[in-house]
Design a protein around this ligand. Structure first.
Ligand code: PEP
Length: 262
């Protein structure tokens, strides 16, 4: 197994206000030192990116705490008449190093297909951002034993045309849709099985050595009390955390479990 980084990202979605975002960011930065060996990424609502960057003393994309910033979405075009959208270079400009792409909420609520996720992934890479590409099956698809096919198609479609070097640097988040925000978490065995399958798919897009370098996060109701068993799985390299990332202590406790597993 490659010596992969452990990466835990907090997806704040459309939550918090300015003051709460600043307070949470400061708290995470202050506690990050206890999660040695784990990279922490905060993905606040776009309007709070600048305030969070200031709260964690971000300079040139880096904070003294090691915490970095990520976007929750981007547009694939560099600029122009796209009202309400955010260009990849704008995220970089404000201090982001990464961006969540293809989250299930964007896929189901905003019609993002694998083809759209693919163009966004390429745009993110071209701007120097690390894409955090989300994949995952619905409950219906799992019950119909279609998980492997669905996730394989998402990986192939979302990452088509990327070079081996580009693939090696991306982050993938396996997020079973039925586990997001529901309190239902995949068992460690269920998650590990799909993570291994994702790595096999990555090998078909590049080669086994490249696939071995890719950080694959699990997402879906990760909490402090289930993070340790997930972190103990060989192909689970971190977590994409929604609800629990809004609580400083919970987010740091989850990250600490991944630190302990390194
Ligand atoms: C998410 O939205 O990416 C997520 C995993 O949410 P939660 O942790 O709340 O299930």
């Amino acid at each position: 197994m490659a010596d992969r980084r452990r990466i835990v990202a907090g997806n704040w979605k459309m939550n918090l206000d300015h003051a709460a975002a600043v307070e949470l960011a400061k708290g995470v930065a202050a506690g990050a030192g206890k999660c040695g060996g784990v990279d922490l990424i905060l993905c606040p609502p776009a309007v709070y990116l600048e305030a969070v960057a200031a709260a964690i003393d971000l300079t040139d994309g880096a904070s003294p705490s090691g915490v970095t910033l990520g976007g929750q979405n981007l547009h694939d075009q560099p600029k122009g008449a796209f009202t309400g959208e955010i260009a990849p270079a704008m995220l970089v400009d404000i201090g982001c190093r990464s961006c969540i792409l293809g989250h299930s909420e964007r896929r189901t609520l905003f019609g993002e297909t694998d083809a759209i996720v693919n163009t966004k992934t390429k745009a993110a890479l071209a701007a120097g951002l690390t894409p955090i590409v989300c994949v995952g099956e619905t409950l219906e698809e799992r019950e119909q034993n279609r998980t492997a096919d669905v996730v394989a198609a998402q990986i192939q479609g979302s990452l088509a045309g990327l070079s081996a070097a580009e693939l090696a640097g991306i982050i993938i988040a396996y997020e079973p849709v039925w586990a997001i925000g529901t309190g239902k978490v995949a068992t460690p065995e269920q998650a590990q099985e799909v993570h291994a399958l994702i790595r096999q798919q990555l090998a078909t897009l590049a080669d086994a050595a490249t696939a071995d370098q890719v950080v694959i996060q699990y997402g879906g109701s990760v909490k402090p009390d289930n993070a340790a068993v997930l972190a103990g799985q060989p192909d689970i390299d971190g977590a994409l955390v929604g609800g629990a990332s809004l609580k400083e202590a919970d987010f740091l406790a989850i990250a600490a479990h991944f630190a302990a597993s390194t």
